[in-house]
Design a binder for this molecule. Structure first.
Ligand SMILES: [Zn+2]
Length: 235
């Protein structure tokens, strides 16, 4: 299984960010960004996977001739022929479980080399990495701030670089080689199109960039893979 595709990427935030958990982990905030067992901020696998899927869905739906999607994944009208499989089903699995996912998406974590520094830094005080931000809503009738709508958010500030990986599953490895490569190129494209995490303010926000820094086994760059794929479509 030496030839299985593996993408290692860096996820960098350009702003403070929140990837919120349903319940606040710290008393003074209504929501805070999620933390791992070391109490360090991280981005859970479901968030990474969901964000890349949404990005790909948008990309494929705006290129419906080139990338026909099934009716479950299509944001516009499905143009998929009955005999073909939708790339999103191949990559993420089909809703209902008829097709299992073709790629594993890890969470994104503070790189090993930086963890000790942050662990020590965050031991002292929550304030170091939690940014308090209050928002409120205006009561339309009373025309003043609603008292029950004051909201505090614990966002991560000092931390901005995370690393994660996307690994091809064995079932995907055994499909047609050109489909494998096109799925890899699609994932890389979807990653590069992402400019922010969290599409709703209450569940999370933050401007960011995904930069793949290692792609195995080909040992080429994401630029080359995307370019090769685009060229094969133009021919
Ligand atoms: Zn699909």
């Amino acid at each position: 299984m030496d030839n299985i595709f593996r993408i290692r990427y860096r996820l960098e935030f350009e702003s403070h960010f929140v990837i919120s958990s349903a319940v606040s982990q710290r008393g003074m905030f209504d929501i805070t960004t999620v933390t791992d067992p070391d109490d360090l901020p991280y981005i859970p696998p479901s968030t990474i996977k969901g964000r890349i899927r949404a990005s790909l869905q948008e990309f494929c739906s705006s290129n419906i001739i080139k990338y026909p999607l099934c009716s479950q994944h299509s944001l516009k009208n499905s143009t998929l022929k009955p005999s073909s499989v939708c790339p999103l089903c191949r990559i993420f699995g089909a809703p209902g479980g008829e097709l299992i996912r073709g790629f594993f998406f890890s969470g994104a974590y503070i790189p090993e080399k930086d963890r000790e520094v942050f662990k020590r830094m965050f031991e002292d005080t929550d304030e170091v990495f939690l940014y308090k931000r209050t928002r409120n809503q205006i009561d339309r009738q009373l025309r003043r701030a609603r008292e029950d709508a004051l909201f505090s958010v614990g966002a991560a500030t000092k931390v901005n670089t995370f690393e994660g990986e996307v690994v091809e599953e064995i079932t995907h490895y055994s499909i047609d080689g050109s489909l494998r490569e096109s799925d890899l190129a699609l994932i890389l494209t979807g990653m590069r199109l992402i400019t922010e995490m969290g599409l709703s303010k209450n569940r999370g926000f933050g401007r960011c960039r995904f930069t793949p820094f290692e792609i195995l086994p080909s040992n080429t760059t994401w630029q080359d893979i995307i370019l090769k794929y685009i060229n094969s479509y133009m021919r």
